[in-house]
Design a protein around this ligand. Structure first.
Ligand code: ADP
Ligand code: LRH
Length: 490
């Protein structure tokens, strides 16, 4: 079959990119044609996404893909849980908020009174993140915005709606909302009723791999191409990233390492045990009916927010490469903190918060940007160790390797620390696993449309990634007392 060329739009909380992805039986090639910065905008004490700006950048990127070659499909993935509301005329009611907004403070406690945590977990299988869509929506109860709302569209679904005019809720991302029943694969009418949210807000669920429809006229005109189908992909970026994990036969854990670090396993069915709930592990739905059994670790957000703070203060020599080089030459495990402390969730003076956490834990306080960077990386490696081991034990698995994908796969020091902390080989890359997963699912959908009988499963897609992309291997080295360090963070 002829290779297809699709636009893979992958939107991260810190940057968005539009890639041309060429997929053939033996070829897989990504070309980054547009990249733009992203970040929440604080206004009047709230944190908004500039969603119209994002839409414009998506269009610019798609146009660039169309200008440089053929374009057979478009697929969008982004970070999870955040949404826009549209009214009965199909218009955006208000600017979508970031999940780091404080409007959900205290909301989980309120919801708990209507639906106890254990019951909620039994239906959704989700970890208790204060920003899950259910809590964001409950925080809007009684507001003019929610009263005017006809539909809730998760961000990739909102952007897909603007491209096609079609509403829907792509399944992998729907599974992150806290209103989706992981056992039945449907919206939970019961949870909607018990939390007072109208079920009609939730659009019909759509499969990754379904063709949503052609782009609407205004988009076709802008891009210069008509009849391009928008294809539903694993629209949760983590779902696409896990498709893009180049795993073979071995028993693997993965770390999808970007703004967040998502640490866990791919399973065939959810683990809804009391132990999994107490360990606060999530069961998100993946492509091809898989389950992402994982934990959110605060991730490189902590470092990028430090960088932002230092840049605002015009500190010199605090570029990421300089900090990482300095950190690699710094003493290991000198000062470690609980990197999942909820105080690190909101934007702000992250260096000071890391210092405060160290002080409170009785650790030496890191003083310089390099020392703070080292504390963050050592602490991330400790969190990876804890949660990879927890995932394996909760799911009853022995592990051979840990795959690291996403931007963090380029952080050699963090990859090495992860291998050391876990005493397992780390296989790092591709950094653009989400865009690859996005493109591969589109390519398969297009093959299916052509009536091809020979459609790749996840294993075949991953084999193609292994054949076409470099993966860097880090072997564990001994010499550091990770057990002792782990006991210091509690
Ligand atoms: P997201 O999709 O959530 O926006 P990415 O997967 O793009 O995140 O990862 C972004 C992070 O990757 C950055 O915060 C940075 O720490 C890390 N990163 C990106 N490029 C490099 C690099 N060349 N070396 C080390 N780390 C990198
Ligand atoms: C990573 C991610 C993660 C979610 C968070 C909101 O980008 O999608 O899987 O928990 O953003």
């Amino acid at each position: 079959a002829e290779p297809v060329r699709v636009a893979a739009v992958d939107l991260g909380a810190t940057s968005g990119r539009v890639m041309a992805c060429r997929v053939g039986a033996r070829t897989l090639h990504l070309e980054e044609l547009h990249r733009f910065g992203n970040g929440a905008v604080p206004v009047q004490g709230s944190l908004y996404w500039d969603v119209l700006g994002i839409h414009r950048e998506v269009l610019v990127g798609i146009r660039e893909v169309a200008r440089t070659g053929r374009l057979h499909g478009i697929g969008i993935d982004s970070w999870a849980v955040d949404y826009g509301l549209i009214d009965r005329d199909g218009r955006l009611v208000a600017n979508p908020r970031s999940h780091r907004d404080s409007r959900t403070d205290g909301v989980p406690a309120r919801v708990r009174k209507a639906v106890p945590d254990a019951e909620l977990y039994g239906v959704t299988g989700l970890q208790q993140l204060p920003f899950n869509t259910i809590y964001q929506l409950v925080s809007e109860l009684g507001t003019p915005a929610l009263e005017a709302a006809e539909r809730m569209l998760l961000l990739p679904d909102l952007l897909t709606y603007w491209l096609t005019g079609e509403v829907g809720a792509e399944r992998t991302n729907a599974s992150t909302t806290g209103l989706y029943d992981v056992r039945t694969g449907e919206w939970s009418q019961e949870l909607a009723e018990r939390t007072g949210l109208p079920l009609s807000l939730l659009p019909p669920v759509r499969e990754p791999g379904a063709v949503v429809g052609p782009v609407v006229a205004e988009v076709a005109e802008y891009v210069g191409l008509h009849d391009v189908p928008v294809i539903s992909v694993g629209s949760h970026d983590t779902a696409s990233a896990v498709v893009g994990v180049p795993a073979g036969e071995e028993s693997f854990a993965y770390i999808s390492s970007g703004t967040w670090s998502l640490v866990g396993l791919e399973l065939g069915s959810p683990v809804l045990t009391a132990e999994a709930r107490k360990a606060d592990f999530t069961n998100e739905t993946g492509v091809d009916g898989t389950i992402r059994f994982l934990k959110n670790v605060m991730g490189l957000w902590v470092l990028s927010e430090c960088l932002r703070t230092w840049a605002d203060r015009r500190l010199r020599d605090v570029t990421l490469p300089a900090l990482l080089a300095g950190a690699a030459d710094s003493p290991a495990l000198r000062s470690v903190v609980d990197i999942n402390d909820p105080q690190l969730l909101a934007p702000g003076d992250m260096p000071a918060r890391i210092q405060d956490l160290a002080r409170e834990a009785g650790e030496p306080v890191p003083r310089t940007p390099v020392a703070i960077t080292r504390t963050i990386l050592d602490s991330l490696a400790l969190a990876y160790r804890r949660n990879v081991r927890l995932a394996a034990s909760l799911a009853g698995r022995d592990l051979d390797v840990v795959h690291v994908v996403g931007g963090g796969a380029q952080n050699a020091l963090l990859c090495q620390l992860t291998a050391d902390a876990l005493e397992l080989p780390v296989l790092a890359g591709p950094a653009e696993a989400a865009a690859l997963g996005n493109g591969l699912v589109q390519a398969r959908a297009l093959r299916q449309l052509e009536g091809s009988a020979d459609l790749p499963d996840l294993a075949a897609m991953r084999a193609l990634i292994r054949r076409t992309h470099d993966v860097r291997r880090y072997e564990p080295t001994g010499g550091l007392d990770w057990d002792a360090a782990a006991s210091r963070v509690g």
